[in-house]
Design a protein around this ligand. Sequence first.
Ligand code: NOJ
Length: 512
Amino acid sequence: MAVPWWKSTVVYQVYPRSFADGSGDGIGDLPGLLDHLDHLAWLGVGALWLSPVYRSPMADFGYDVADHCAVDPVFGTLADLDAVIAAAHERGLRVMLDWVPNHTSDEHPWFVESRSSRTSDKRDWYVWRDSPPGGGPPNNWLSNFTDRSPAWTRDETTGQWYLHCYLPQQPDLNWDNPAVEAAMHDVLRFWLDRGVDGFRADVVHLIGKELDRDDDPRHVANGIPHTPLNDVAVTHERIRRIRRLLDRYPSEPPMVGEVWLLSTRRMATYYGQGDELHMSFNFPFVFAPWEAGALHERIDRTRAELDPIDAWPTWVLSNHDNPRVRTRYGGTLDRARAAAVLLLTLRGTPFLYQGDELGLLDAEVPVGARVDPGGRDGCRAPMPWTAEPPHGWPSGTWLPFGPDPAGTSVTAQESDPDSMLHLHRRLLHERRSSAALSHGSFAWLPAPEGVLAYERREGEDRRWVLVNTLSDRIDAVLPGLGTVVVATEKGVEQHPYSGYLGPDGAVVVRPS
Ligand code: NOJ
């Protein structure tokens, strides 16, 4: 049976504000992306996930959508997006859009109408409640990015409270209302009919809620927002209906869900029985430290939860919400290189965040220049395209560059075959040309402490992978002889494997 494209691809996340600027206003946009699609084709990824480009007041930089079917002028026009989709397809790249189903902007016409009166036609499109008898918000849920403030804001116009799991400018839609569900299904159809290949669904586990339950004691104890605690049965029915919509398209477009639960076991339930999400992000792996034991445990947990239900894993080390992998793992390039080998050789679909192929570090953003209410500016620093200032951004950048924009730039690394960029290109090439690596089975191999060792296999095709998480040289034997096809260290590729790994060294070996 043919393997669906999303199981044998690597998805590259484009955070458009920071990717490339075509208009010259210091903010990345669709013409900039169009101009740089060749970078992705050259690199060898198979798909891109585009973070939101919809019309938005940008309180959450696009995750506050004011029109799901229009492009914000800061990013360009609908015609620009059509051009990106067409040009991506010409290069053999699939396009996945970000679909934001849980909330809209408070400037979305639906919310403007909803808040206008208690009897408005759209009142029930959002979640409105009165104060309980003692006053105050309807329950004790806390929101994200608001320093432990309630997930409710009282609206002066009508004296009721509306729910917002994120900023007050991001009111939650009421998915209990079938009209909301139908409208959000229409959004999916709108984009599928324009040729989009799939979706990333933002905090999709929030589209069902048990709103009238008692206060949740976990909020009080930990001060954590409601988002990672929301896990209720009705959501699964709704995701199954989304899946049926997707399955009606001959291309069977996939949806990867951002299920922001910090439990792989709970996350796994959102695959349903092959009738919910095609893939889901798995945050416990994202947050694992750079230690073989911890990584081994989280990989095993993922396999234990997903394999029995035939669910396809995803692997993520960075995104626009968390410190970059190189920064999280201590800052050295060697370690980031070894992490790239891990990310791109596990069984499942890797999601590579823009700039990780360059080994970017988070930017230090001075207090006065910070713009994100969630404190995530550092990992959103712009891509340095050229070694020469202004690094491909003719009119400045909305956020400062990370450290060493010249040395980490695309042009500097393109001319250095030992660079991080070329390492990614070789890994991606090897993955595409090996059935074992792209979709084959996975089995651990015996390994000394501090080393991850595994075999990928599909029929006769096999690869062995060794990743040293220690800062020491270490002997690590393989089950047989083989040729190193990709290595983090210089000068060892295309030679027989030597039997040892350098500090934070990693190799992919083709058995002889
Ligand atoms: C998750 C997104 O990745 C994040 O950037 C956003 O702030 C929240 N969802 C709210 O949409």
